[in-house]
Design a protein around this ligand. Structure first.
Ligand SMILES: Nc1ncnc2c1ncn2[C@@H]1O[C@H](COP(=O)(O)OP(=O)(O)OP(=O)(O)O)[C@@H](O)[C@H]1O
Ligand SMILES: [Mg+2]
Length: 258
């Protein structure tokens, strides 16, 4: 039977050595993500969100537990899992097309060109193939980073606050773009964000993490189509549901009225 889960995490713990002492960063993380799901993760700064993504990507090891990516235990980075970082991390000396195609096999030039062209079109950067990163805006650079993450056709794309450095208008535009790309490519997406609106707008499920050591406090399923309409009553309902985890004093929660 075909694997229906992109990711299965069981009892994952992560400790880092700091000053010769073991510091607990992630505690008993359990999470199963189905193929094609869009998962958003929110939590306080330092609770281990980036560490969790790096563990899923195979870039960082873990202390205890089990993590199965596309049916196989994670042993290291692989082309079946792409990653987009908060800063675009494009190489300044390479043209956009070479940045996007950096991780692709160059032995078959025709195949390379085809793949790069496809993803340049997907992120709407036609005309900028030969530009250098310094010649692009922040939003365009993030589009290029998303194309680079997708060019190997991964089953899973991990996004670590990819729109954190963008202005509010570009950010909303990029959120629409990533939804379009997700619908077109049907890639499983796991995105860390500090923006609660973004988490609701994009996520099929929202994973709420506690402060360090990061534990999963709640997984909220966004199961109303109206929740995707910003400013709707359903959107506000989910917003309150997320906010209550971060503001114990109810007077600090923001009332959203339409
Ligand atoms: N290589 C490392 N060695 C030791 N400690 C580390 C290492 N990497 C991260 N940490 C620590 O692990 C904790 C979690 O870091 P992480 O970057 O995962 O947090 P985060 O939730 O992504 O935070 P932010 O929202 O600010 O990006 C922090 O306390 C950090 O100092
Ligand atoms: Mg982080």
């Amino acid at each position: 039977m075909a694997e229906t889960n992109s990711l299965v995490i069981n009892h994952l713990n992560k400790k880092f050595d700091v000053d010769k002492k073991q510091v607990e960063i992630l505690k008993d993380i359990n999470l199963t993500i189905k193929k094609g799901e869009f998962i958003t993760i929110v939590g306080h700064s330092g609770c281990g969100k980036s560490t969790l993504l790096k563990i899923i990507a195979g870039l960082v090891g873990y202390s205890e537990g089990e993590i199965i990516r596309n049916g196989k235990p994670v042993t290291g980075p692989d082309t079946d899992c792409g990653m987009v970082f908060q800063e675009h991390r494009l190489l300044p000396w390479l043209k956009i097309k070479d940045n996007i195609g950096f991780g692709l096999d160059k032995s078959d030039k025709r195949k390379w060109n085809e793949a790069v062209r496809k993803y340049i079109e997907l992120v709407k950067l036609q005309g900028f193939e030969n530009a250098y990163p310094s010649q692009l805006s922040g939003g365009m650079s993030q589009r290029a980073a998303i194309a680079r993450g997708l060019v190997t056709n991964p089953d899973i794309l991990l996004l670590d606050e990819p729109f954190g450095a963008l202005d509010a208008l570009t950010r909303v535009q990029m959120q629409k773009e990533i939804l379009r790309i997700w619908e077109e490519q049907q890639t499983t997406m796991i995105m860390v964000t500090h923006d609660i609106d973004e988490a609701i707008y994009l996520g099929n499920r929202i994973v709420i993490m506690s402060a360090r050591p990061g534990e999963i406090k709640e997984i909220i399923t966004v199961d109303s189509a109206n929740a995707k309409v910003r400013g709707s009553a359903d959107f506000s309902y989910y917003k309150q549901k997320v906010y209550k985890h971060f503001f114990e004093d109810k007077s600090e929660t923001i009332e959203y009225t339409i």
